[in-house]
Write a protein that binds this ligand. Structure first.
Ligand code: GDG
Length: 736
């Protein structure tokens, strides 16, 4: 039975060493809950680090850990102290975390930590590969494992791999500053499906892939090394019912059942006192905007002094990554700011900020969520922010106001919150005032809508949506109508060639026989190719035809002294074996005078693009232009030219990074048919890579062996991955 393997830096288990005794308890975090059905139902396996280093585990203990975690359907990746220092604290938290959260000044690159990061990702890959069977699905989580998808794909190409990034993906302008940008993207592209919290992160990622790796991207699909990779957004939800149920239970508890924290909160909430409690909960992280929040609260108290003794900020900051210097500094800054505000504003009966620097048990978290009238969540960058959603889930009476930073991924979904810019203290202070003054009716109207969304798209739905998208993604290859040109088909090709029956080979040139180069004029045939074509052409029963969009002059130069048949300009003219060029289609070219200035105006405004003037067509090449600008221009050109060419016989051909304007009377299909009328061939072969070759694939008789280069949708019967593979097939034909 196929299984799903979940991979994350840490296992969803708390493992404690008590002397030589082990205590293993499942963790209750959001991810563990969301993945529960995926993990438990499908005989799943979770792979990750146990939290104990090799130094802490002697071999016998290590076996004990392995046995204990396997009872929980988990397997460990063993890491030592150095690994954790450089891979986790170093590369992950001192390089990737700040970079991806736009704190480039905090990002520290070191070769040692990069090398360790690679090595640890390899360790993860080894464990996954050893445990995965063909047909299994792998779901990898987060920024500690960005190289893992590729490391698995290289060794096990048939495993279906999904990757989800829990933090933001930064804009290209930030990402490009990173020394290992290419390696990281290549690592991620080992996945078949890449998931992000929001469309913005998805957009930033696609932009970097296009600009750094120069991959073809159409909508949310990337063509990379002849695989189609899907990129999509899946906003992570919470375990809504767990929080809602806990809040309902909390609201019904008796005086005796109340926690100490709740009793203290109640003291503050004496009826009639008209006091507001404002809550903030986060890990103590510089991305969470804690100092700015305190400053905004200070500013609020100065601007609205009437709230003295009537408002309190309850701030829970959970200790985090305390070994990283910026976190130590943040702790000092937070302590100082809280001290300053409390020192300046406190009275004998009131302290404006209650500050907890610790982790609280879940029950106390619910005390806080249910008792506070306002949640003030102001990260300067946050992948999603689950606290905002948890606050919503616990508001069982539909009251309460959520004030949320527009820099948190959650803002996109939580429209009815008051959105603030966390860098604008005035905005934050005014929003706090708006929240305090908000009538109950409005609170309830907003909260009801928020709850609807958060309850509907909960963490289970998130996980199941991702998994079903992964299932669909991996099926895309098998739903392609063309079949891969495998060895048995190649043998049948060579048998046909050997049979002495008449054969014709139609071969497109660019992207089929040679790879693309920066300038079209540089893509000249290499001596090996010429030799290969000669060898095939020497077979008495075989006619070899180069059929290209190139003009007569180029083909003539490159294949001057060859006996091959040449067809130029997508089928305008032809040079048969040993004959002179002749025109197949008489074409009017007067239109060029009008269209050329239009194309030129676009070329001028699109650096790197240029116009190629052919005998019968005009081509706008944009291979070397910024791809995003070029795509924008392409749709503009299409709009402008469509009106120009209406009522003419001109057509626009969208080729491989080239737009060509030409007569619709000419196409490669018509040119092939012209040849087929002159000669009766028993076997027909055609190889091509782009849109212009589709005419050929469509018009040739059904029994023709048509081969597409690349994985795009095609009318061809078979496909090959690359120019190199075309050459391998041609070599087999030549040698047969
Ligand atoms: C990363 C991304 C993204 C907090 N204090 C206590 C406690 N918590 C729980 C909260 C919440 C979780 O921790 C925090 O989740 P966030 O989403 O707010 O933030 P990160 O830890 O930075 O998480 C983030 C997330 O991954 C998921 O993809 O949303 O953007 O940065 O669930 O309730 N829980 C308990 N005691 C505490 O004191 N029990």
């Amino acid at each position: 039975m196929n299984k799903t393997i979940i991979v994350s830096n840490r296992l969803p288990l708390q493992i404690k060493l008590d002397g030589s005794e082990l205590q293993v308890t499942p963790s209750v975090g959001g991810l563990a809950t969301g993945m529960k059905s995926v993990h438990r139902n499908s005989n799943g396996l979770w792979i990750g680090w146990s939290g104990l280093t090799d130094e802490e585990l002697h071999p016998e203990l290590s076996k004990k850990v392995e046995r204990a975690v396997s009872k929980e359907q988990c397997a460990t990746v063993n890491l030592n102290k150095e690994d954790i220092k450089h891979y986790y604290y170093g590369f992950s938290n001192r390089m990737l975390w700040p970079l991806f959260h736009y704190f480039i000044e905090y990002a520290e690159f070191s070769m040692t930590s990069w090398e360790t990061y690679k090595r640890v990702n390899e360790k993860f890959a080894e464990v996954v590969i050893a445990r995965a069977n063909d047909g299994d699905k792998i779901w990898i989580h987060d920024y500690q494992l960005l190289l893992l998808p590729q490391l698995i794909k290289e060794k096990r190409p048939h495993l279906s791999i999904g990757f989800f990034l829990h933090i933001p993906f930064p804009s290209f302008e930030i990402f490009r500053t990173f020394p290992k940008r290419k390696e990281i993207l290549e690592g991620m592209l080992g996945a078949d499906l890449l998931g992000f919290h929001t469309y913005d992160y998805e957009r930033h990622f696609l932009s970097s892939v296009k600009r750094i790796l120069h991959c073809d991207v159409s909508f949310n699909k990337i063509n990379y090394q002849n695989r189609t990779i899907k990129v999509d957004s899946f906003p992570m939800g919470i375990d809504y019912s767990k929080f809602e149920q806990a809040a309902l239970k909390h609201n019904n508890q008796s005086e005796e059942e109340k926690s100490e924290v709740q009793k203290r909160l109640d003291d503050h909430l004496v009826p009639g006192k008209d006091v507001k409690m404002v809550l903030s909960i986060d890990r103590l992280d510089y991305t969470k905007g804690i100092p700015n929040r305190i400053r905004a609260f200070e500013y609020f108290l100065t601007k609205y002094p009437q709230y003295k003794e009537k408002i309190r900020l309850i701030m829970l900051a959970v200790p985090s990554r305390s070994k990283v210097p910026q976190y130590k500094r943040l702790k000092e800054e937070t302590d100082e700011l809280v001290g300053r505000v409390n020192g300046a504003f406190s009275t004998v009966s009131w302290t404006p900020i209650w500050y907890f620097f610790r982790t609280m048990p879940f029950e106390n978290l619910i005390d806080l969520y249910t008792s506070c009238d306002i949640a003030l969540i102001t990260p300067v960058r946050d992948g999603m922010n689950l606290v905002a959603k948890e606050y919503v889930a616990t508001r069982t009476n539909n009251d309460g106001v959520l004030v949320l930073s527009e820099m948190a991924g959650a803002t996109k979904e939580l429209n009815e919150a008051i959105h603030i810019n966390p860098y604008d203290l005035e905005d934050m202070a005014n929003s706090l005032k708006q929240a305090i003054d908000m009538p109950l009716e409005e609170q309830q109207r907003r909260m009801k809508s928020l709850k609807k969304r958060v309850s509907r798209y909960d963490v289970k739905k998130w996980a199941s949506d991702f998994m079903s998208s992964l299932n669909d993604t991996h099926n895309t290859l098998s739903t392609m109508e063309a079949d891969p040109l495998d060895n048995s088909l190649i043998t049948s090709f060579t048998e046909a060639i050997n049979s002495n029956e008449t054969c014709v080979l139609f071969l497109d040139y660019d992207g089929t026989l040679v790879n693309f180069s920066e300038r079209p004029e540089d893509a000249i045939p290499d001596p090996k190719l010429l030799e290969l074509l000669h060898d095939i052409n020497e077979k008495p029963n075989v006619d070899l035809v180069i059929i290209s969009g190139r003009d007569q002059k180029s083909l003539n130069n490159w294949f001057k002294n060859t006996p091959f048949t040449l067809i130029s300009d997508h089928g305008v003219s032809m040079r048969s074996k040993g004959e002179n060029w002749k025109i197949l289609e008489r074409l009017n070219t007067d239109w060029m005078e009008d269209i050329k200035p239009v194309l030129e105006s676009f070329a001028d405004r699109t650096p790197g693009s240029f116009i190629e003037e052919k005998n019968f067509s005009l081509a706008w090449h944009y291979r070397n232009a910024d791809i995003e600008l070029a795509q924008k221009r392409l749709s503009e050109i299409n709009t402008v030219l469509t009106s120009f060419i209406s009522n003419t016989d001109l057509t626009l051909l969208d080729g491989n990074k080239v737009l060509e304007v030409k007569s619709s009377k000419v196409n490669k299909g018509r040119a092939c048919n012209y040849m087929l009328q002159q000669h009766k061939y028993q076997h027909i072969f055609a190889f091509g890579d782009d849109w212009t070759d589709e005419f050929m694939f469509e018009d040739l008789p059904k029994h023709a062996h048509t081969v597409k280069v690349g994985l795009q949708k095609t009318k061809a019967r078979y496909y090959l991955d690359s120019v190199e593979q075309v050459r391998t097939v041609l070599t087999a034909i030549a040698k047969s």
